[in-house]
Design a protein around this ligand. Structure first.
Ligand code: ADP
Length: 484
């Protein structure tokens, strides 16, 4: 079975280069060799033409041909001289005993001499002598053609041999081209092999980091661009993946919180509903109950119904906030006015509990926000302080403000919250004292509403027990787009 050899791209490139160099050098050698040969033949022809011209001059002066000395024509001692008339008849030949009858017009050198005054033939076999000669013919003015011929001997062959030194030079050039080509293709080859590996890694989606830069040429620039593009693509993929993971995590978290909220709501609803059911069943079963007793049951019914109502209101608010900021409409609002209104709404309730509320903010605090959510923040904090602190003062103070933020505190001088509970008080339905919270009408959602509402205003909230006692909430709000 024939196995095909698979050459790599650089190997093929190298072979092409070698083929190209060999072809180029081969063509040049062939061309130069032919030129050299022709040059040698023409050189010899020129020398013979001089002899021919000399003989013609002697003939035209009337010298007998047999008297013309051919000795001086060194190195051609055995030179053959023929005299041919322009009709092709041979009238003299120093190498023949008897002259040939056949016309010599068909001889190439004679033909050329008749047409152009001179001509030569590099090699032809003579029918008359049986030897091979180099012929050179010249036509004179009186219809004579003198033809000299040099027989092929070792010396003539070497005289006509072209100089082949240039062939070695050209072969050396070819070898040099191949060596240079080898190194050039090896460099390109290494480059292409790296690029190929990089392309395979890209295709398989392999994560690539710290790719060493490619050489500083056009191919290198293209490769570096590709690496850059791929790095950006990888970054985009990883950003997209982490965004996707974060979105998935957020969605799961929302679902978990929703589920937890549903479970907690069910649990929270059970007690007031059961209580209302028991009360109404007792009222229905004991028609002759005393009026005082009946009022007690009805009072309990009312309390539990109010608890249910508060729970439903808080849950509705929490759900609205969970749905996202898009459903919360914000508008320019003065936070100090909101605080002042909440304070005045609670003044009577606070006074009856022996608590004074002090709003120490003396200037308008313009921001972009949702008035009812901002109201919910301060309603819950003040409600809680009245219900749980046991102190006598609630203080609202501005800590600072700039073009972007408003920072304030809501504090009381009551019992505070044990430190271990502080990190969890913003969780939904997290209560420190369940009985007390329920008795105070708490739903367990107050601080979680506060935190969500603050966050929906781009802010933060933290609770601490200051050294002076009580509980202090530090709240910051982002002003939104309102200019200050
Ligand atoms: P609740 O509906 O029970 O009021 P919250 O989330 O508003 O729920 O409050 C969580 C718990 O934090 C309350 O049960 C209460 O024990 C405690 N708490 C809140 N505010 C104060 C405060 N100013 N002083 C002392 N304890 C507080």
């Amino acid at each position: 079975m024939a196995s095909s050899i698979k050459l790599t791209y650089p190997q093929r490139l190298f072979l092409w280069l070698v083929g190209y160099s060999v072809l180029l050098v081969g063509c040049f050698i062939a061309f130069q060799y032919t030129r050299e040969k022709r040059f040698k033949a023409e050189e010899l022809n020129t020398r013979l033409q001089m002899i021919n011209t000399y003989i013609l001059a002697e003939l035209e002066q009337g010298t007998d041909i047999s008297r013309i000395s051919l000795r001086d024509f060194h190195p051609f001692d055995d030179i053959r001289v023929s005299v041919i008339k322009d009709d092709g008849t041979v009238i003299y030949d120093n190498s023949l005993d008897s002259l040939p009858d056949k016309s010599h017009l068909d001889r190439k050198e004679i033909h050329e001499a008749l047409a152009h005054r001179s001509g030569y033939t590099v090699r032809r076999h003579s029918e008359s002598t049986g030897d091979s000669y180099f012929y050179s013919a010249t036509k004179g003015k009186r219809g004579y053609i003198v033809r000299t011929a040099v027989p092929y001997s070792v010396s003539l062959t070497s005289l006509l041999d072209p100089d082949v030194n240039f062939i070695w030079v050209m072969l050396a050039v070819a070898v040099a081209m191949c060596v240079l080509g080898y190194f050039a293709t090896r460099r390109v080859g290494q480059h292409i092999t790296r690029l190929k590996k990089f392309a395979e890694d890209m295709e398989s989606g392999t994560r690539i980091s710290n790719v060493a830069p490619f050489p500083n040429d056009e191919l290198g620039a293209i490769s570096n661009h590709l690496v850059c593009l791929y790095a950006k693509l990888q970054q985009a993929w990883s950003d997209r993946d982490s965004e996707h993971r974060a979105a998935l995590h957020e969605q799961r978290e929302k679902e978990r919180i929703k589920k937890q909220l549903t479970n907690n709501i069910n649990h929270e609803l059970k007690t007031p509903v059961a209580s209302i059911k028991i009360c109404t069943e007792t009222l229905l079963a004991h028609k002759n109950m005393s009026e005082e007793k009946r009022d007690q049951f009805l009072q309990r019914c009312l309390l539990n119904a109010e608890r249910l109502q508060r729970l439903l209101t808080d849950v509705a608010l929490i759900t609205r906030m969970d749905d996202g900021s898009s459903s919360i409409i914000k508008e320019p609002v003065d936070l100090n006015t909101v605080i002042r209104d909440v304070v005045s709404d609670h003044e009577e309730q606070a006074a009856s509990a022996g608590i004074a509320i002090e709003n120490l903010i003396d200037r308008p605090l313009e921001m972009t926000g949702n008035p009812s959510l901002l109201e919910a923040v301060f309603n819950n904090l003040i409600d809680n302080a009245i219900a749980y602190s046991g102190g006598d003062t609630i203080r609202i103070k501005l800590l600072g403000e700039d073009g972007r933020k408003i920072v304030l505190t809501v504090s009381d001088n009551g019992i505070g919250i044990p430190t271990e509970h502080l990190p969890r008080i913003f969780e939904r339905f997290y209560r420190i004292d369940k009985g007390r919270s329920r008795a105070a009408g708490g739903t367990g959602l107050g601080l979680s509403i506060v935190k969500n509402a603050v966050m929906l205003h781009g802010g933060t909230i933290m609770a601490e027990n200051p050294a002076t006692g009580g509980l202090r909430f530090k709240i910051s709000f982002s002003r939104g787009t309102v200019s200050h």
